[in-house]
Design a protein around this ligand. Sequence first.
Ligand code: DGL
Length: 296
Amino acid sequence: MSNINQDDLSSFPIGVFDSGMGGLTVLSALMDRLPHENMLYLGDTARLPYGTKSPGTVSRYALQAAAKLVERKVKMLVIACNTATASALDDLRKAWPDLPIFGVVGPGAQAACTTTRNGSIAVIATESTIRGGAYQRAIKEINPDAAVTGHACSLFVPLTEEGWMDGPIVEAVARRYLGALFDCDGAALEPMDDGQHGGNRKCLVPDCLVLGCTHFPPLAPTIRKVLGNEVAIVDSAATTAGAVENELARLGLLNSQSGPGEAHFMTTDDEARFARIGSLFLGRELSPRQVELVNL
Ligand code: DGL
């Protein structure tokens, strides 16, 4: 990008990608926070889910997705996928050392640490994110005294990709998953294993639940119904958007155009489906005409 001047560069889009539609929850926060920015989104729906795959495979997929966005010329990259952030952030930064690249795990951990009052934090995410321990590490880096319990909720991904955000089946799945972390039946809450000391140390029941997968925010009303009002529910979307804004301002790359920014969408499978289900994640109407089918 060395022979491109700063004014041209500032009008380039912010590139955002995820395994599917989940990253649209992050894109929505970016569009709210940065209405003058152009956005280019890629959902790798043909290869979803990432969350049950090995770190090596996820990293390879993430490098290919990022390469597609870089080829279209973006001024910044947002990995709007916790699984890809956990497995591939370092690889992507190595591949494009001059491009500002943001992941969502750090901002999610930040949101949790500023929200919890008792220092006990629960994280729900994909199997891969939980297994790799990225959230646990990111939270401990900010608050070494925090107790972090993680639980994989893999089924939430296909449910939301199917457009099932609520209803009795989603609620039953949520109840079963969250029952491992919280008492969902209104009985007294007992201290629980902190998951880090071989079952020998108890920590307070979490007062904060991190939705550590970008597919989960549309389920927040169902999760709230299951958990009641005592537990704060946080995700990384707003914190990521704030961090992106600060970095663009620091680099002098905020788009100076006065009109609204434009958003363009790419998917690796079925534009019509992407538009239909994507509208639910984005909270804005998407037409198949705005969606381009691409190959990685
Ligand atoms: N949305 C992705 C995340 O935040 C994962 C979904 C998947 O398993 O592909 O982790």
